[in-house]
Design a protein around this ligand. Sequence first.
Ligand SMILES: [Zn+2]
Length: 91
Amino acid sequence: MKRPRRQDDHAWSQLHLSHATEGDLSRRQRRRFDGHLARCPQCRRGLQSLEALVRALTRLHDAPAPGVREDIYIHLRDRILNAPPPPGLSG
Ligand SMILES: [Zn+2]
C-alpha cells in the first residue's frame, strides 16, 4: 500500500479531529493521527481547542450557575447543543 503523503495526513487529520476527540478512531487510524500530530502544531492546537470545547459542552448538561434563571439557561444550552458544527468539524 502506498504511504500517504504528509499533506494528505494533514487534511485527513483535520477531518478526523472530532473523531479523535471522541475516541472514535480505530487503532490504525489513531496511529496515523498521533504520528501526524507529533509533527503538526496546527493539528495539535485544533485538537486542544476541540477538547476544551467538548469539556465546556459537557458542563452545559449540569445545572445553571447560581443566580442564572433556569429557563434562560436551558434555552441557550439547547441552542448551542443543536447548532450545526462549523465546516471541517462535522462527521
Ligand atoms: Zn496537521
